[in-house]
Design a binder for this molecule. Structure first.
Ligand code: GDP
Length: 193
């Protein structure tokens, strides 16, 4: 059984999205960083397992060493199961992602979201970036174009609808993501024929 892997910094809305995707309820807004192991759930409408990888990045009360450990675990998991991961969903917070990326860009620093995006692609895992909290974003096209730019995708973002999926998980508006994921899954079915 193939799996869809969900990755993202903490507080981007991963639990909220998981609830939308699976119909299960998850501990949203709870103590972050408590779960450091991958969790597997059935994804109802599709015959896949969805794997929730731990949230990464700054979490209050979580020290640097533990954060690094979480990150290492995520990387190892993806390397080990890359062949089984049909699609990865990298969840970002549309409201803050550009600021966070730019703040962490430097001569010897690669921002986590950018690093993860390229890491997943290098593993050969088709990746969809779920840009969440779009209800808080006014300059939608500008923001999504900026994100493309930071990820090394040539804007405009509309050319990347299989890769960039603006959503509002809290309001249950995740159709662009479902569509992008479905496209990738069916692409692979065709390749397998
Ligand atoms: P996680 O740490 O990534 O699992 O994030 P959560 O699912 O716990 O969500 C973190 C916060 O973001 C919560 O307060 C959610 O209600 C909020 N949130 C999630 N999705 C959205 C969204 O689409 N729009 C807005 N405005 N807030 C959201």
């Amino acid at each position: 059984e193939g799996e869809v892997a969900l990755v993202g910094r903490s507080n981007v809305g991963k639990s909220t999205l998981m609830r939308e995707l699976t119909g299960h309820s998850f501990d949203t807004g709870g103590k972050p960083g408590v779960t450091r192991d991958p969790n597997h759930y059935d994804w109802a409408p599709e015959d896949f397992v969805i794997t929730d990888l731990p949230g990464f990045g700054f979490m209050s009360g979580v020290d640097e060493e533990y954060r690094e450990e979480i990150k290492t675990n995520i990387v190892h998991y993806l390397e080990e199961y890359a062949d089984n991961v049909l699609v990865a969903i990298l969840v970002v917070d549309g409201k803050s992602v550009i600021d966070i990326i730019d703040r962490h860009s430097g001569p010897d620093e690669i921002p986590y979201d950018v690093e993860m995006f390229h890491f997943l692609r290098d593993l050969g895992i088709p990746t969809v970036v779920a840009v969440n909290k779009m209800d808080k974003v006014d300059d939608r096209d500008e923001r999504l174009n900026a994100l493309c730019d930071r990820l090394g995708l040539l804007p405009p973002w509309k050319q990347w609808q299989g890769t960039i999926a603006p959503i509002r998980a809290k309001q249950g508006k995740i159709e662009p993501l479902n569509e992008a994921v479905r496209d990738h899954l069916h692409e692979q079915e065709r390749d397998d024929l």
